[in-house]
Design a protein around this ligand. Structure first.
Ligand code: GLU
Length: 375
């Protein structure tokens, strides 16, 4: 185990702490206000020791379902949206009470996928969160589930928390869950599987260890691993730890090796590329040949028409597209310089031939390297 990374976590300035639905609602029995109070006490304590903490809290839908008497029955989308609105007010009230008791304020911040996809709104959200932290106020973030339908949803708060970590270039993402961390096999299938202490977030072996989600929250260990990978691209280490563990946040802040540490090993992306890396919904796909794939992976070059063999989807100039290799493996994603129809007309051409085909002078690249994130 790497003591130095655990101590980096302990001494990190900006933390994003994600609290899952099963944990916060005591498995759907209603908000566990005592536990919320205990986490808030710890957040205030680690904040007083100089850390900036953003909370990403689930539980709105679960609490709303309970208050509206839906139980575990399947509910329609509009009923879930209503449940989210009802539950969110209870959730935020519980946080506000716990912080007020300690003379501190919180701020409710509700985000949607579109807020993250639009660069201006993304920058606005970043400025708001940074201002709140500067004011010593703890933002409590959730997805705005009462307006986001399934097609436009981020879907799970693990992803939302990673995006918030990415937005703020946080140092640490702590995912509090109802398990002690990530086990070396899905504990639902292998109950004795030992806990994984530490791995690189990029380690492909993690996928086999992460099982599926439970009934209450949207995410399972697989979304937590994906979230750790996204957070790692902005330089944040992730700790997946048991939220029922006494004083878990304070103990992590004192360097105790609790839970599973997933480390960020790659150089962090710059601010614009962090935003790009967090984009989830591509409008199309460019397939590149082997030579182009190697050049893109190796030295982060731009994507030229000459190296592209196919373009699919209905994207417009400026839209996000995936870049895949000849076998369909994702290499990265970036913003297209041409519409899909134009792109298809210039595939395989040399840069000097573009104007004659399209009848206008455009960019010489299909995706400029500044607008391209490579995995
Ligand atoms: N945003 C949802 C809620 O507050 C939770 C999503 C999740 O479980 O990840 O109820």
């Amino acid at each position: 185990m790497s003591a130095s990374i655990r101590s980096q976590v302990a001494n990190a300035r900006t933390w994003v702490v994600k609290v899952g639905s099963a944990l916060i609602t005591a498995d759907g029995q209603g908000l566990d206000v005592d536990r919320i109070d205990a986490w808030c006490e710890q957040i205030v304590a680690i904040g007083e020791a100089g850390r900036r903490v953003v909370v990403v809290s689930s539980g709105a839908v679960a609490e709303g379902r309970r208050r509206l008497g839906y139980g575990a029955r399947a509910a329609a989308i509009h009923e879930l949206a209503a449940a989210a609105a009802v539950g969110q007010s209870g959730l935020i009230e519980a946080y506000q009470r716990a912080f007020s008791r300690r003379g501190r304020d919180i701020a409710q911040v509700l985000l949607t996928h579109d807020d993250m996809a639009d660069r201006q709104r993304y920058l606005n959200a970043r400025a708001t969160l940074a201002t709140l932290l500067d004011l010593g106020i703890t933002p409590v973030v959730n997805e705005n589930d009462s307006v986001a339908t399934d097609e436009i949803k981020l879907g799970d708060n693990d992803t939302l928390a990673a995006m918030v970590a990415n937005l703020l270039a946080a140092d640490v993402l702590v995912v509090l869950t109802d398990q002690a961390g990530l086990h070396q096999a899905d504990p639902r299938l292998e109950p004795d599987a030992p806990l994984l202490g530490e791995a690189s977030a990029a380690d492909a072996g993690l996928d086999g260890m992460a099982g599926r989600g439970g009934g209450l929250g949207r995410g399972g260990m697989a979304t937590k691993v994906a979230a750790a990978r996204l957070a790692a691209r902005s330089g944040a280490h992730t700790v997946i730890a048991g939220g029922r563990e006494p004083r878990v946040l304070c103990r992590l802040a004192s360097g105790e090796p609790l839970g599973t540490l997933l480390t960020a090993d790659l150089a962090p992306l710059d601010a614009r590329k962090r935003w790009l890396a967090g984009q989830l919904r591509a409008k199309g796909e460019l397939r590149v040949d082997a030579g182009a794939a190697e050049a893109i992976r190796g030295s982060g070059v731009s994507i030229l028409p000459a190296g592209v063999t196919a373009a699919s989807g209905a994207f417009h100039r400026g839209d996000l597209v995936r870049v895949v290799d000849a076998e369909g493996g994702e290499i990265g994603k970036g913003l297209a310089n041409y519409d899909a129809a134009e792109t298809r007309r210039i595939l395989g051409l040399r840069t000097t031939e573009i104007e004659a085909v399209l009848g206008f002078v455009g960019e010489s690249e299909l995706i400029h390297r500044d607008n391209l994130v490579v995995w």
